[in-house]
Design a protein around this ligand. Structure first.
Ligand code: SF4
Length: 80
C-alpha cells in the first residue's frame, strides 16, 4: 500500500468543515476554524495509517479549494 502524507494549506482553507466531516480521525480545526492534520500537528511528517487512507481520499476529493495537500513522502519540516 502506498504511503500518504498530508497537511492543510491554511492559506487556501476557507473553514468549510467538509474534511473534518469526511475524515474526523485525520482533521480538526483551529480556534479560527482552519483545518489541520491532527495526526502530526499539520507538519506532514507522519504517514497516514493504512486504515485511514479511504477516509483521507474522501476528504481530499471533497475539499473545495484544494487546500488539502498530499505527498508520497514527508513534507519539509515546517509547521504551518
Ligand atoms: Fe479547509 Fe478544505 Fe477542510 Fe474545507 S475541506 S475545512 S477548505 S481544508
Amino acid at each position: 500500500m502506498p504511503k500518504f502524507y498530508t497537511k492543510v494549506d491554511q492559506e487556501k482553507c476557507i473553514a468549510c468543515g467538509l474534511c473534518q466531516i469526511k475524515a474526523p480521525q485525520i482533521y480538526d480545526y483551529t480556534e479560527d476554524g482552519l483545518a489541520y492534520n491532527l495526526i502530526d500537528q499539520n507538519t506532514g511528517q507522519m504517514p497516514l495509517p493504512d486504515a485511514l487512507i479511504s477516509e483521507f481520499k474522501l476528504a481530499y476529493t471533497a475539499c473545495p479549494t484544494n487546500a488539502i495537500l498530499r505527498k508520497s513522502e514527508p513534507f519539509n519540516a515546517s509547521p504551518s
